[in-house]
Design a protein around this ligand. Structure first.
Ligand code: ADP
Ligand code: ADP
Length: 231
């Protein structure tokens, strides 16, 4: 894992009167899983999208392992940050293997290394490589798509994983399985994970610490699940 520090991070979209995210500051330890939980529209996705430079902050800084990444080339971030979102994150015209291989290929990994890595990632998320590597996303169940999304996010072995409601589109039973698997994976891989959800139970189950956000990502509480449950 790597440390992440958000320093007075603010985002104002266009000419909107209110910032979507208003000066959020937070320190996340290496290997820690932090959950951002809060109502729809409170700026959770905006925070994640600033961390991986899909959008530019209006002001403030993001430090990864102490390095300010607000100025660096977003493509350079791909090897440090994996990103998993709801099932729509997979490219429909690419096979499972091509989806998983995309970032490693972009980083210039050799063909054989990429091929081995795809197989390893499918094993890791519990999908038989022989059965699944040639399928297209539409030929997968919602839960299988989410697994591939996680495999894709992990493919380049980034120290940081950003997950935006990754299990939001699956049924409750499958979601429960995927949550258990994420906990198992986290024991194995020790990634620094920032995980967004509006589901408080999910936050309690998965978080080392939970940031409870109000409108504009103002932090109401930032603590362990145990401390939050007793408050
Ligand atoms: P959450 O992930 O907590 O649901 P978002 O980060 O998606 O919240 O949105 C926070 C606020 O920013 C909302 O008011 C939303 O309407 C606004 N917003 C999000 N994306 C854009 C955008 N691309 N342009 C303008 N406003 C946006
Ligand atoms: P492009 O400009 O062609 O989309 P990018 O280098 O921006 O190329 O990224 C290619 C794809 O990689 C994106 O569409 C995105 O889905 C995926 N991706 C992989 N890692 C990340 C990340 N950390 N943040 C955002 N997107 C990522």
């Amino acid at each position: 894992g790597a440390t992440i520090e958000l320093d007075e991070l603010t985002k104002r979209y266009g000419h909107s009167a209110q910032p979507a995210v208003d000066g959020v500051s937070m320190e996340i330890a290496a290997g820690e899983t932090v959950i951002l939980v809060g109502p729809s529209g409170c700026g959770k996705s905006t925070c994640l999208r600033m961390i991986n430079r899909l959008i530019e902050p209006t002001s403030g800084r993001i430090l990864i392992n102490g390095e300010d990444v607000t100025g660096i080339d977003p493509v350079k971030l791909r090897r440090r940050i994996g990103y998993a979102i709801q099932s729509s994150g997979l490219f429909p015209h690419m096979t499972v293997a091509e989806n998983i291989a995309q970032v490693p290929k972009m980083l210039g990994w050799s063909k054989s290394t990429v091929r081995d890595r795809v197989e390893q990632m499918l094993d890791l998320v519990g999908l038989d490589p022989r059965e699944f590597h040639g399928r297209y996303p539409r030929q997968l169940s919602g839960g299988q798509q989410q697994r591939v999304g996680v495999a894709r996010a992990l493919a380049a072995d980034p120290p940081v994983l950003l997950m935006d409601e990754p299990f939001g589109a699956v049924d409750p039973i499958t979601r429960d399985h995927l949550q258990d698997e994420l906990i198992r994976l986290q024991h194995e891989l020790h990634k620094t994970i920032v995980f967004v959800t509006h589901d408080f139970d999910e936050a309690i189950k998965l978080g080392d610490r939970i940031a409870v956000l109000r409108e504009q990502s103002h932090i109401a509480q930032f603590d362990t699940p145990e401390a939050i449950l007793t408050n």
